[in-house]
Design a binder for this molecule. Structure first.
Ligand SMILES: [Zn+2]
Length: 100
């Protein structure tokens, strides 16, 4: 969708600290984290509700969310409760490098 902020991030028209991406899914650090490693996992196709996704795509997105969560547990929690931007970028880099 043209003006959807998440679609803009998925198309890389808006900046984001991307920690995981593939054909159907993209994950990035939240711009206003409530805890270290706070991330969003979204489908590349526009969806405002979970029910907008096929069951297969929803299951895939949840599988990716579990992997991202595991990676954050391993690397993203060592920066304290309210990490600053630089620390989040370091977390994103470590997660990306570990996923390859
Ligand atoms: Zn969208």
């Amino acid at each position: 969708m043209e003006n959807c902020v998440f679609c803009r991030i998925a198309r890389k028209e808006s900046p984001a600290s991307i920690i995981y991406e593939e054909e159907k899914t993209i994950a990035f650090l939240d711009i206003q984290p409530v805890n270290a490693g706070h991330s969003l996992v979204i489908p590349r196709s526009h969806a405002t509700e979970l029910r907008d996704l096929s069951e297969e795509d929803g299951a895939h997105m949840f599988r990716i969310a579990m992997r991202v969560s595991e990676a954050i547990d391993r690397f993203g929690r060592s920066y304290g409760v309210k990490p600053d931007r630089k620390e989040l970028e370091k977390t994103a880099t470590r997660i990306r490098e570990n996923q390859r």
